[in-house]
Design a protein around this ligand. Sequence first.
Ligand code: C2E
Ligand code: CA
Ligand code: CA
Length: 392
Amino acid sequence: DFDRFKVVNDSLGHLIGDQLIIKISERVKKCIRSGDTLTRLGGDEFVVLMDDINNVEDSIRIAERIQKEISNSFKLAGQDVFITASIGITVNSHKSEKPEDLIRDADTAMYRAKSLGKARYEIFQEDMHQRAVHILNLEGDLRQAIEKKELYLNYQPIVSIKDGHLTGMEALIRWHHPQRGLVSPSDFIPLAEETGMILNIGEWVIRTALNQCKEWREAGYPQHLAINFSAKQFQYKGLINFLKETIQATKADALTLEIEITESVAMQDVDFSVQTLRELQKLGFQISIDDFGTGYSSLGCLQILPLNSLKIDRCFVQNLLDNQGNATITKTIIMMAHNLGFKVIAEGVETKEQLDFLRQNRCDEAQGFLICKPLPADEIFAFIKHHQNKLI
Ligand code: C2E
Ligand code: CA
Ligand code: CA
């Protein structure tokens, strides 16, 4: 499968795209032996079938030859067009596999090559198939998870480092799978993002969080709640309207909600981010940049984004005391954030020493296992009551 073929089609037109396909096939033909079969499955996807090869090295050699052959530019409409290929290889080692299974396995390996960065080849391995089946099953299950009430939110307290009082909480999603047990959001959120299911899940999170906020406020605990947004959610055109409707329907107060987006999401399209964040702030939401320090922020952009706080990623906090570099980065982030007028929250605080360091360097708030693990709503409510709001 050729990489970024769509770009050629979109920029130079389909006629040129067709010519490129023809030229590509001519070059690939040069790489194979006379008895081999070259076929185009559709679009920019080709299959090479090689009979009588002795080992996988033979097929690797062909794959490398194809990549080298197409690496020279193609002259089309007076322009030099460059293209690369992602190649999946499978060997019929049992001599008993069905043709369609072979194509499926080559396809799986090709997708693996794509996901590992394109312009490369991958050899099919049995665990790839198992992984593909696993993801497919997980995806099917996740589609029903909301309906089956398998999702719930955990809450983790965030405290003021200065006086130890609770300032808010972060809502963290959990999926209790009937067979697999607890599935980590790090495993299913990317899947939900890839398949678009994140929009439904995100809506469920927002609705649940707003209802929870309202319940806590009615019980006399005015809660400031942070929720996580993934890239697709943030870019979703209907986001603002959905939020307006949900605030009305739940009679909740947006003032108590904070939205966390990661640095890379915010920096993807800065003009879009500025506009969307402004609209969110107009609705009353606070905006926080999550996992700060792990992405690539342009300082100039950081200054024009309407933000309220930065969350220092836990990878810096966790090695604060035995890594001089991380200590320097943490100090610098705190100073810079304050100069730009943002609040700073440290994530993943696990030890008293880390907390002391953060206090000395005037970090505003902290969150982490030292204070409290993420817990279900009733448990967190009991925990806060027990500590009478003063958690450290
Ligand atoms: P995150 O937003 O950076 O959330 C913080 C993660 O750090 C959470 O992992 C939390 O349980 C963990 N954590 C908190 N304190 C400590 C600590 O002291 N030490 C260590 N080692 N870890 C700590 P979790 O709950 O597994 O969530 C993982 C990620 O999944 C989140 O990272 C967030 O990016 C995503 N996520 C969670 N809930 C949602 C959601 O509702 N929507 C979206 N879009 N993403 C979510
Ligand atoms: Ca977060
Ligand atoms: Ca984070």
